[in-house]
Design a protein around this ligand. Structure first.
Ligand SMILES: C[S@@+](CC[C@H](N)C(=O)[O-])C[C@H]1O[C@@H](n2cnc3c(N)ncnc32)[C@H](O)[C@@H]1O
Length: 270
């Protein structure tokens, strides 16, 4: 790419990766592996029920809902849900999926700012999305401003902050990923990505470097998130766990490997 070509927007880059017919389950441990998925769904049901018990209703803002895999569970738990998506094809999918459901509003968040202006909500839910947002801390701070007293914040499936992890933990994680790519017949792609990462090269026009933004940089800072949430909520809990794409490695790793991934729940907005 020459310097005269305009830099693609984050929305264009996300769309390239989450286009028409995108399979959200394929590279997603939290959808593919039942232990992670079941914990996540239970957490969402508990969250909605607790907010309904405290506030009498639960209006959820779900950021980056993809194809609505977890929207269904929020609805089943009794929430009204506003879903946002930066990818236009995913917005169209959500529109057609929920067009007859009066409890769902779909918002095309083209520049990633609409979610922060969505008005008062009782809970914010982010499933596997914070690591896609370059300024995730700034975004979370703005989202928290819109949560009503008694409300909650829930996020899951982001990589733990790499600088705090051991070398063993990082190399187990990376080798598990490489093995999964091998199983997909994409060993060369996995290897060339690994080599580019080792050289610390990032191309702002290449979706491989921009879409999974913090996965290919330093991970997501769970302690910074926890500290910010603790200033606004009565109770904050960070839950860390091992997750990887391969089913076999997941079954072994969740028993014996150090955590690679985390979720956070904040209850009772002050
Ligand atoms: C890994 S997918 C997760 C989708 C869904 N939450 C799930 O777990 O199945 C991340 C999604 O976030 C969307 N996304 C990325 N940045 C976003 C932003 N700033 N606002 C809204 N959606 C965003 C992407 O288009 C993509 O659909």
């Amino acid at each position: 790419m020459t310097s005269t070509q305009p830099k693609p927007s984050m929305s264009e880059l996300q769309q390239r990766d989450h286009g028409v017919g995108h399979d959200y389950a394929k590279g997603s441990p939290h959808i593919r592996h039942h232990a992670i998925r079941d914990r996540l769904i239970t957490g969402l049901h508990t969250l909605v029920q607790e907010v309904i018990d405290r506030n009498g209703r639960c209006r959820v803002l779900e950021l980056g809902a993809g194809h609505g895999t977890f929207t269904d569970h929020l609805l089943a738990a009794g929430a009204q849900v506003t879903v946002t998506e930066i990818s236009e094809p995913s917005v169209r999918f959500l529109d057609s999926r929920f067009s007859r459901n009066p409890n769902v509003t779909v918002v095309h968040d083209q520049d990633g700012t609409a979610a922060c202006q969505a008005g008062p909500v009782d809970a914010v839910v982010c499933v596997s999305v914070l690591h896609h947002i370059p300024d995730y801390l700034g975004t979370v701070k703005q989202l928290v401003e819109n949560i009503t007293p008694g409300g909650a914040f829930f996020s899951a499936q982001d990589p733990l902050w790499y600088p705090r992890r051991s070398r063993t933990s990082m190399s187990l994680d990376r080798n598990a990923y490489l093995l999964w790519r091998l199983g997909q017949g994409q060993f060369r792609r996995g290897l060339s990505t690994r080599l580019r990462r080792m050289r610390g090269v990032y191309d702002e026009a290449n979706e491989a470097d921009m879409v999974e933004y913090h996965v290919v940089r330093d991970g997501v800072d769970e302690e910074a998130l926890r500290d910010h949430l603790a200033s606004a909520f009565e109770e904050v809990e960070v839950q860390s766990y091992w997750s990887t794409q391969s089913g076999v490695l997941q079954a072994i790793g969740e028993r014996i490997f150090p955590p690679s991934t985390f979720g956070v729940v904040a209850r009772e907005r002050r």
